[in-house]
Design a protein around this ligand. Structure first.
Ligand SMILES: O=C(O)c1[nH]c(=O)[nH]c(=O)c1I
Length: 315
């Protein structure tokens, strides 16, 4: 069974990788991903300067393993740390794993500076511009401001000057799928979108203590895990149906096993990111989920993901 895929012109030996933000802030964590059975890896979203992020507790699993809530607040080592990592990355590693870099500038100016630096370094890594961080107080998500998102792309696309992707928030209105896809279809370098980032500003409360699970923002944070699966599948399929041929969708959201990876591919995903389940289980999740996906494909008679990608049936 062939699980390989190609994103932005780079080959992934298998279609699984981490969701940006999980197990990828520090070099030792990134090395764990390199050594894992993932097909590639992506760094924690970077800002111009390093950040401590929000006060803890800022992440919590939800009762009944239905998902997670986080308001990390963009803790990262600053973009130069990840630029240096990308300069030293072994692109000829035996596993053949490519490297993705996530950028989440707090302003267009920050994103411009970071994209210029990566352009000047001219490295084989692939950029994923994060327009969807829901947890920086006072910073509304660019992904929910269509005009700002288009303006940002008008500035960043020519600077990046090569295929790149965008990490999107979940949309919940068909008009928003239409508007966002129409924007991305204007930029030839935007070759993939990653759907979805966490479902912003949920509130998880502990029944016994009657207290919010996380400290920042009165307990408001992004939701991930199984509970966001139907929203993730809808966003993957909505953009799969709307984006021009040649543009791809990376699925993210609700993956706990091979089953959900299969569903993301059926919805149209060319690669699939794992966040909450990686946070809870560790990097062994990639081997387990891959085995389950192969078993499921074999049971269904599929030899490659191309045979069923995007082929979700409707009634
Ligand atoms: O709070 C975070 O650091 C964070 N948390 C998320 O759930 N998504 C994001 O894109 C980010 I940048």
């Amino acid at each position: 069974v062939d699980l390989s895929t190609t994103i932005a012109g780079v080959k992934l030996p298998n279609l699984l990788l981490n969701a940006s933000g999980v197990n990828c802030r520090f070099e030792n964590e990134l090395q764990q991903l390199v050594e894992s059975k993932s097909g590639s890896l992506i760094t924690k979203s970077a800002t111009l300067n390093s950040r401590e992020g929000n006060p803890e507790p800022r992440y919590a699993p939800l009762a009944g393993s239905i998902g997670s809530i986080n308001s990390m607040g963009l803790p990262n080592q600053g973009y130069e740390y990840y630029l240096n990592y990308a300069k030293n990355f072994d692109y000829n590693n035996t596993a053949g794993k490519p490297l993705f870099i996530s950028l989440a500038g707090l302003s267009l100016a920050e994103n411009k500076t970071m994209c210029e630096a990566f352009r000047d370094a001219n490295l084989p890594c692939v950029l994923e511009v994060n327009f969807s961080c829901p947890n920086v107080p006072g910073k509304p998500q660019v992904g929910y401001d269509m005009e700002a998102m288009e303006q940002a792309l008008q500035v960043l696309d020519p600077i990046i000057g090569r295929p790149f992707g965008i990490k999107l928030p979940p949309y919940f209105d068909i008009a928003h799928f239409d508007q966002a896809a129409a924007i991305f279809n204007k930029f030839d370098n935007v070759v993939f979108v990653t759907c979805i980032n966490s479902v912003g500003n949920g509130l998880a409360i502990d029944l016994d203590s009657e207290t919010a699970l996380i400290k920042p923002k009165d307990g408001f944070g992004g939701l991930g895990g199984l509970l966001v699966l139907p929203t993730a599948l809808a966003n993957v399929n909505a953009f799969y149906r709307r984006l021009k041929p040649g543009k791809q969708v990376i699925g993210c959201g609700g993956v706990t096993s091979g089953k959900e990876v299969f569903l993301h591919i059926l919805a149209g995903a060319s690669a699939v990111e794992i966040g909450t389940q990686l946070m809870e289980e560790g990097t062994g999740v990639f081997e387990r989920v891959q085995k389950e996906l192969v078993e499921l494909m074999t049971a269904k008679g599929y030899k490659s993901v191309e045979e069923f990608r995007g082929k979700v049936k409707t009634l």
